[in-house]
Design a protein around this ligand. Structure first.
Ligand SMILES: Cc1cc2nc3c(=O)[nH]c(=O)nc-3n(C[C@H](O)[C@H](O)[C@H](O)COP(=O)(O)OP(=O)(O)OC[C@H]3O[C@@H](n4cnc5c(N)ncnc54)[C@H](O)[C@@H]3O)c2cc1C
Length: 341
């Protein structure tokens, strides 16, 4: 375990914003992880667990604690069950699964970050989310420094949610995630954008679907492509708000017409597209505030246009949240995690 001091964090995030970590270490094994936590505990130092930094906004002043970057590697596959170390790149795992002919994650191609980051907010896109395939998550309990294996049912998965970002936030560190995929299974074509690509094609293969998803993402600046200014983001900056049916009816009355919406699964709750709310509140793609702004190709992605600061990013967030709330009475929630604020 090699402890570094004052390590710049901006280059370790996709937004490229923020100051340095007072202490920094890479954990390549479970033993490193335990050592790092014991080191911090002895000194009363706060810890932050970093994956690929693709869902993270770091404060300009940095973080006065220890950042532990998850670098555990390895992948084992056995009849559709993949046991993947938390530090593996997510998209590398998707490519392997698709090549092996195993269905279940093909629509999640092109999402940046690590495998260990995926259960945290139940990563999802284009009609799939990891909750559908995660079987088990191996974790370190930060309180006891013991390892446990949590079954999917214990992870509390919901839309962009799990125990890891709600009730047990900062309690567990994922060291391995097990996914149960479907060998020889058909590709998921639930999402309209994907269906459009394959109109008239009887049964597109997994690799065709994964490639199509990557292409759709590239078009929206939601794929990390060197030189693409629109991908210096943390993906979607706002969650799609979920409204109880009474609140949705009240909003419909207020607007005089139903806003676009889709079912949030049972109980009459509906999800509103945050992008529509933002656009209707007066923010167009390409909107700029100082050195940050809204992506020119995706309303939900707030981007660093180069030299942007966390302060500017938060000012833009506050402005969007305030305008949407004033117009619709709906409060948008930020999706990326913040550090050092
Ligand atoms: C261009 C772009 C497109 C994106 N598209 C999508 C999308 O379509 N769908 C989607 O859901 N997300 C999307 N994202 C967001 C992001 O890629 C995911 O949330 C990703 O899973 C985050 O993983 P990470 O390793 O980068 O986590 P980080 O950003 O490093 O960390 C995020 C949070 O997870 C915690 N964490 C990370 N690793 C672990 C671990 N091993 N154990 C415990 N906690 C951990 C951190 O402490 C932090 O709280 C996108 C981001 C970008 C930049």
């Amino acid at each position: 375990m090699r402890m570094e001091e004052n390590r710049a964090l901006a280059p370790l995030t996709t937004m490229g914003i923020g100051g340095a970590a007072r202490w920094f270490v890479e954990a390549s094994s479970e033993r490193d992880l335990v050592e790092a936590f014991a080191w911090a505990r002895e000194r009363g130092v706060e810890i932050f667990v970093l994956g690929g930094g693709s869902n993270l906004l770091v404060a300009d002043r940095g973080f006065d604690g220890l950042v532990v970057r998850i670098a555990l590697k390895g992948m084992e596959a056995d009849t559709g069950v993949y046991r993947v170390a938390a530090g593996e790149e997510w998209d590398g795992f998707v490519s392997r699964a698709v090549t092996d002919g195993c269905a279940g994650v093909e629509c999640l191609a092109g999402i940046p970050g690590t495998v260990g980051g995926t259960p945290v907010q139940n990563v999802g896109a284009y009609g799939q989310e990891v909750a559908e395939t995660i079987e088990r998550v191996r974790v370190l309990d930060r309180a006891t420094l013991e390892f446990h294996e949590l079954a999917a049912a214990e992870c509390g998965f919901a839309y962009r949610e799990s125990i890891f970002n709600t009730t047990a936030r900062e309690r567990f560190v994922a060291t391995r995630v097990d996914y149960r995929l479907r060998p020889g299974g058909a590709a998921n074509l639930r999402y309209a954008d994907v269906q459009r690509v394959f109109a008239g094609v009887a049964e597109p293969g997994l690799s065709q679907v994964a490639a199509a998803v990557r292409e759709i993402r590239r078009g929206k600046g939601m794929l990390l492509v060197t030189g693409d200014a629109d991908c210096r983001s943390a993906g979607s900056f706002f969650r799609n708000p979920v409204l109880a049916s009474e609140k949705f009816h009240a909003l419909t009355e207020r607007l005089g017409a139903e806003p676009p919406h889709y079912s949030a699964g049972g109980t009459g709750r509906v999800k509103l597209p945050a992008a529509w709310l933002i656009e209707q509140a007066g923010f167009a793609k390409g909107f700029t505030l100082g050195q940050v702004g809204i992506s020119s190709r995706h309303t939900l992605a707030l981007v660093n246009r180069g030299g942007g600061t966390a302060r500017e990013m938060m000012a833009l967030r506050d402005r969007i949240v305030a305008e949407v709330e004033a117009r619709f009475g709906v409060r948008l929630e930020m999706e990326p995690v913040t550090l050092g604020f």
